[in-house]
Design a protein around this ligand. Structure first.
Ligand code: SF4
Length: 578
């Protein structure tokens, strides 16, 4: 039935697999064979997809498919205690379906709920602020075989937690205003306004938005696409979740403007699996805008025709990289492409494509509606514009903060009520670790650049535990395409674990540096290139955490047989379950 819904188009294979996974709790062999025939995709290719995406599986996971969020912030909120308690009450072991086959519990990387953890997903829906009491109630529902659509709605409540508003978060929703304004002038006038504002991509690389749109516009091919990257997967980031929930009109307006500027007719919102709770609301927003002639054919009776489809991810951090996201959108494994050519000329289906993240499109719409200066005047100390931070960890008020670019870290810490701060991780595991001596540094594209994650650690935290968690994250999220990263992330994690458990020696630190050299120079994308950074930055800035754990000897040939066997079992179990 799903093949019919997607018109037999093989690029929708991932969407079809997701539907099968949800209705059967796994992808049965028979379904793989049928899909191979009807979509003309080879069986090995379909199997490769199932093995690639975290939330697709060959083996049934039962009526209650649970993933516990495993980010460092979840750990700080008591993740281990909650996870152990849940497993004990349900009588399950991690990654192993219960004997009756009705429930499976696994860990997963950050679910985008760092402001309301410990968090989990059950059948794809977010469960937040887990406590022992809540776990007891959840277990009662599971043992009573109550379907989750009959569970209390409050358990699935995801709050916005907006703590500080700037030009974007203060803006009133006035659907159509930016488009009306743009349509009153030529597309190049809108492009000039975006250029004047100085807006840069808010997701990662910080590329100038107007330049990206212009490069796409100037490409030879007239069939162009607009893609919204709503796959924020950097641990500690959740601000796009809030924008998608409460500012979706602005996002869609921004995408529509982009379509007007570059001459596109079709767009996609690539929504991360963990944000499934937003899917229905987003769909309704699209439908409401179609009914208001703000989307679809001849928008506001103009020549502009543009529509948007929501594409759901299936669990892959690498999809945050734009070319990997396009691979996924085309129904393949999300392996980053070799660049150049860049997506602006060879993107979705090899056609010119603009890929921007949620925040960038929202700001673009605001700039057209309120003018470039309204945005550019916000920056401090010569910096231009604003940025939304997701602040989590040891602070009084976790949540999202819209700040002027150029704001020093110490001011950010004052805003969120952080005390006795030992360190801040700006930009998630692939970002930068800073010490109090650096708190005068500023959030900006030229100094401390972040896609949004801002994690605070007070004096009680063991910074090496953070590095270990980040290193584990990279090992889990390596897409496996290139050997230096696939093998290197595992070796780095093992060495980090060896040091953290007091079995490390000086030679291990040299090995980490050598591995970093190889991975940095030979990995295909940023994940592999930066995977050793959290460990090396911790070593550089907090050497005392290593010193107190290191053995005195040059080399410690430690080999913990039991631990190694358990680790091998874990890996095999994860792979055979996937
Ligand atoms: Fe995949 Fe890692 Fe290679 Fe990037 S560096 S392509 S994540 S294996």
């Amino acid at each position: 039935a799903q093949v019919k819904v997607y018109r037999g188009d093989p690029t929708y294979i991932l969407q079809i697999l997701r539907h099968i996974q949800f209705s059967c709790s796994h992808i049965p062999q028979q379904a793989i064979q049928q899909l191979a025939t009807t979509l003309s995709i080879s069986i090995p290719k379909i199997r490769a997809l199932i093995e690639f995406y975290h939330f697709l599986h060959y083996h049934p996971r039962g009526d209650y498919d649970i993933y516990i969020s495993d980010s460092i912030i979840d750990h700080m909120s008591g993740k281990n205690e909650i996870s152990n308690y849940l497993c004990e009450k349900l009588n399950v072991k991690l990654n192993q379906p219960r004997a009756d086959g009705r429930v499976t519990v696994s860990n997963t990387s950050c679910t985008g709920m760092s402001d309301q953890g410990p968090a989990a997903l059950i059948n794809g829906l977010a469960l937040t602020r887990l406590t022992r009491k809540k776990v007891d109630q959840i277990v009662t529902k599971i043992e009573g075989k109550i379907a989750i659509d009959r569970w209390p709605k409050a358990w699935f409540e995801v709050t916005d937690n907006i703590q500080s508003k700037g030009v974007l978060l203060n803006s009133e929703s006035r659907p159509g205003e930016a488009i009306k304004k743009a349509l009153a002038t030529a597309p190049h006038d809108s492009l000039a306004e975006i250029d004047k504002s100085g807006l840069r991509g808010c997701g990662g690389a910080g590329f100038k938005t107007a330049e990206k749109w212009k490069s796409c516009l100037l490409s030879d091919d007239n069939q162009r696409y607009v893609v919204c990257n709503a796959d924020e997967g950097e641990p500690g980031t959740f601000k796009d979740r809030v924008l998608l929930n409460s500012y979706a009109d602005l996002l869609i307006e921004g995408m529509t403007l982009c379509a007007y500027v570059i001459g596109a007719q079709k767009g996609f919102i690539y929504l991360r699996y963990e944000y499934q709770h937003l899917y229905k609301k987003l769909l309704e927003t699209l439908q409401r805008r179609r009914a208001a002639n703000l989307l679809g054919a001849h928008i506001l009776n103009s020549e502009l025709s543009f529509d948007i489809e929501i594409f759901m991810g299936a669990g892959s951090y690498v999809c945050g990289e734009e070319s990997a996201l396009l691979e996924s959108l085309e129904g393949r494994r999300a392996i980053p492409r070799i660049r150049p050519p860049f997506p602006v000329t060879h993107g979705y289906l090899d056609k010119p494509t603009v890929v921007n993240n949620v925040e960038t499109f929202c700001y673009a719409a605001l700039i057209i509606e309120k003018g470039a200066e309204n945005f550019s005047a916000q920056g401090l100390a010569g910096f231009t514009g604003c940025k939304i931070l997701s602040i989590s960890g040891d602070v009084e008020k976790t949540g999202i903060y819209e700040i002027p670019l150029g704001l020093p870290v110490k001011n950010v810490l004052n805003l969120c009520g952080a005390q006795s701060v030992q360190a801040v991780q700006v930009g998630g595991p692939s970002g930068t670790l800073i010490t109090p001596a650096e708190f005068s540094r500023v959030i900006s594209f030229d100094d401390l650049h972040t896609g949004g994650s801002f994690m605070v650690f007070n004096q009680s935290r063991d910074i090496l535990e953070n590095a270990l968690n980040f290193t584990h994250f990279f090992m889990q999220e390596s897409c496996g395409f290139c050997t230096p990263c696939r093998v290197g992330t595992k070796l780095i994690y093992d060495l980090a674990d060896k040091v953290a458990t007091g079995q490390g020696a000086r030679l291990d630190l040299d090995s980490i540096k050598q591995l970093n050299h190889v991975m940095n120079g030979m990995s295909h994308c940023g994940l592999g290139q930066r995977a050793a950074e959290p460990l090396l930055e911790t070593l550089e800035k907090f050497p005392e955490y290593f010193v107190k754990r290191m053995t005195d000897i040059e080399y410690q040939p430690s080999f913990d047989v039991e631990k190694s066997i358990q680790r091998a079992i874990d890996i095999v179990t994860i792979e055979s379950n996937s």
